[in-house]
Design a protein around this ligand. Structure first.
Ligand SMILES: Cc1ncc(COP(=O)(O)O)c(C=O)c1O
Length: 392
């Protein structure tokens, strides 16, 4: 039974929702079904709404800070969900993870340094490097027999370049949906240690994993990774709070933390959003059972996409979803180039989906489809896709 209301289709049109109100303009289409951008069409846990209502009734929204009980809630979440003991002072603020990535690249590398990413990957990794005028180095993931893995021999060659000072790890990986295993993370850590490369691990999707797949915080791997990495976390994807602008950048090492906090101060970003603090604390404190139900629901949506593809759309294949709520679909057998695929999705299928090439050229021929929506929307999206493919 859907007691959390995931089946209910909320009307988001006219709410200044980027996903719903900006899709047609951004994708140059008409009446597109918005299956793009990583936000959910679900209402947040009731306890979060109740906490916000209480806060709003107070009617005063001056500058705020994170209280002891905020830190307790974050620490308890990390312990319970990721078996990671986090100290209060490690938890640094950022309005968003992307803001933190920019501050970290700027503060922890020098002009002339290189930063490594693993495409196809969230496009703002690339931009957080280019915005600081650092040089980008890529270690593309390998797609083999329908699943992705890291190319460790290439990673070693790239990290051996003394100019490569930082690696931005996407863990779990957006868009390919991998939840890196202990062996994979340990191999990354070993190479990072060997070549003195700092790892910034973007774990914004870390709470969104399925079945036997569990997120392992990079800094929790060993004493070495604790002192040579930064872990970016947030309640924004987990609980659909992206618009409230709050994330937790966890930095165990005092020296790295000092540099990050200096960056926050430099750009006056240290004061959190009042409502964000309230919502995040309530989500971490009371949101476990909501999240469990939500992941079960999204898992059902993924099953629907898979069976649609298996039964009706042999031209496509769904990459196994271990984490995130983003389906990564291989459309290369349609035989379209990247511009034709974009046009096909917009003009024929009437879908707003993220084209694979926005994640790097390694994503050419793929699309990313957001599954955090009512089942009825997934059925509509797959119906539109089938009709368009059959009409070719
Ligand atoms: C890997 C990754 N990092 C960061 C973000 C955005 O984070 P924020 O909105 O906190 O800047 C996203 C959003 O989709 C993401 O997928």
């Amino acid at each position: 039974m859907d007691t959390d209301g995931f089946d209910r289709l909320e009307n988001r049109k006219g709410t200044a929702s980027e996903k719903w109100d900006a899709a047609d303009k951004l994708f140059h289409g008409h009446d597109l079904l918005p299956m793009w951008v990583a936000d959910m069409d679900f209402q947040v846990p009731q306890e979060v709404t109740a906490a916000l209502e209480r806060r709003i009734r107070h009617g005063i929204y001056g500058y705020t800070f994170r209280t002891e009980s905020y830190f307790d809630a974050v620490r308890a979440w990390m312990k319970e969900h990721h078996d990671w003991t986090v100290r209060k002072e490690w938890i640094c603020h950022s309005p968003g993870v992307v803001t933190a990535l920019n501050l970290l690249v700027d503060g922890l590398t020098q002009p002339g340094d290189k930063v490594l990413i693993q495409p196809p990957v969230y496009p703002l990794f690339r931009r957080s490097v280019s915005h600081q005028s650092r040089e980008l180095v890529t270690n593309p993931l390998i797609y083999e027999n329908g699943s992705y893995h890291m190319d460790f021999s290439d990673l070693e060659v790239k990290l051996a370049d003394p100019k490569v000072r930082m690696m931005i790890l996407c863990s779990p990986h957006n868009p390919v949906g991998r939840v890196w295993t202990l062996d994979e993370l340990t191999a990354v850590a070993r190479l990072a240690e060997k070549y003195h490369v700092l790892v910034v691990s973007d774990e914004i999707h870390g709470d969104l994993t399925y079945g036997a797949h569990h997120q392992i915080p990079f800094a929790g791997l060993s004493a070495y990774t604790a002192s040579h990495s930064v872990v970016c976390t947030a309640p924004s994807k987990t609980f659909n709070l992206a618009g409230l602008q709050i994330s937790n950048i966890i930095i165990p090492d005092p020296q790295l933390r000092r540099i990050y906090l200096r960056q926050l101060g430099r750009f006056s970003l240290g004061s959190p959003n009042t409502l964000g603090v309230t919502a995040a604390e309530a989500a971490y404190r009371y949101g476990s059972s909501w999240l469990k139900a939500c992941l079960g629901y999204i898992g059902g949506n993924a099953d629907t996409v898979r069976s649609y593809i298996d039964n009706d759309l042999p031209e496509l294949s769904l990459v196994p979803l271990e984490g995130t709520y983003l389906a990564w679909i291989d459309c290369r057998r349609l035989g379209l180039d990247k511009n034709e695929l974009r046009e096909f999705m917009t003009d024929q299928a009437k879908l707003a989906v993220n084209p694979g090439d926005t994640f790097g050229k390694e994503g050419d021929g793929f699309i990313r489809l957001n599954l955090a929506c009512p089942h009825s929307l997934v059925l509509q999206a797959m119906g539109r896709l089938r009709k368009a493919v059959r009409a070719r």
